[in-house]
Write a protein that binds this ligand. Sequence first.
Ligand code: A2P
Length: 331
Amino acid sequence: MKKINLAIVGATGMVGRTLIKVLEEKDLPIENLYLFASSRSAGKTITFKGKEYVVEELTENSFDRGIDIALFSAGGSTSLKFAPIAASKGCVVVDNSSAWRMNPDVPLVVPEVNPEDVKLHKGIIANPNCSTIQAVVALKPLDEYYNIKRIIYSTYQAVSGAGMGGWQDLEEGIKGNPPKKFPHPIFNNCLPHIDVFTENGYTKEEIKMIEETRKILHRQDLKITATTVRVPVFNSHSESINVEFEKPFDLEELKEVLRKAPGVIVQDDPENNVYPLAANATGHDEVFVGRIRRDESVENGVNLWVVADNIRKGAASNAVQIAEILIKDMQ
Ligand code: A2P
């Protein structure tokens, strides 16, 4: 098997560190690993599979050494500037920021949903938003069977989704200290505000969920609305998803469709208090689905409770899965 040179950009961040962990668990044929971050972290060391690697400052020359794949998670402005530089040097970028996701030349990929789109890349592939990834893993099989008409998303998102700064705000907030990352204390609170507000009153996070769902499912016609909320949970996002279908469905059959779906684990036994929980999802790559019940206010509607580790499946693991597809195609 051909070995590849792999880079992680943003290696010291919340997602970057998890990327390293996920790569340690898997057996990708890596020849050389390069770790990049800002000048603040240059010289720090990070251990990968028992070997120490020195973090380098990301510069315009960082990709001048035959890097095959670079996993970027260093924010939108870093991706906007450096992803095209990397791509121009023959490196395929898997970008975790929102910078490239809606670009028509950039595939937006969740391997359980639209792996075939990887082939369409021109040097950059985007990893979707964490809340979108877990939603579409559950929705894709339902769309195939019953043809989705409308989706209502309501999210309960963990602070890890806001990076190290978000995590620290909750840790410090518990001790009574004021927030630095969020506009209000997150401890003992729910903030209906993720990313910036846009002109129509939606936040950018809400717009991302709407637009990215349409792009990944190849369903530009889908009616979708979303309310995204930051809650005082360290890790794993929970989502209430209300779905309306074109076709009628049998509830037991729908549960069976979800049980058979790739990457989905159904946890739905309310009589025994069994349903997906953020604390249990952390550390896993699957998307957990439960509270599956008919929405009796419409003809063909269902309610779902969907939970996943937002740093693993919502970011790092999804990017590594995309890298695995790329590596397979390089053989
Ligand atoms: P650093 O640790 O040197 O600041 P998080 O979202 O968890 O805060 O992580 C952001 C990641 O992106 C970190 O690894 C951070 O590195 C990296 N990063 C931020 N700005 C830049 C930049 N201008 N160039 C390269 N890496 C950056």
